[in-house]
Ligand binder design. Sequence first.
Ligand SMILES: [Cu+2]
Length: 140
Amino acid sequence: MRALIIPSVFLITVLAGCKKEEPAKEAAAPVAVKPPEARAPEAPAKAPPAATGRVVAMEVTADGFVPANVTLKANEPVTLRVTRKTDETCATELLIDGTDIKAKLPLDTAVDIAWTPTRPGQVKYGCAMDKMVGGLLLVE
Ligand SMILES: [Cu+2]
């Protein structure tokens, strides 16, 4: 008798299992959606970072970067807060020689560019077009 009962119980279990599995997967889906919670900590990281060190306000006008030349100190963190005030310029980005810095400059938006020069000297910065519109960071 057991030989007959066991297969039928097995069959019922399998059928029930099949039917229950799908809702179980749906239930599992929200669990798989949990990573957004893990992404949540990234969001604050994307928020504008607090300015580091001295803040130097600069503007991009029809005359270029104003002021064009800025004196900095070696090993002293600085934040260049650059606001592009005109569309009459090709300086819609700011690049700094010898660094990976390439900051987009949206119109009328202050953009913080943090940098710590490591050695004295003159560092050229400016637009993406070979810094034709730009100036010098004079590192003392
Ligand atoms: Cu340019």
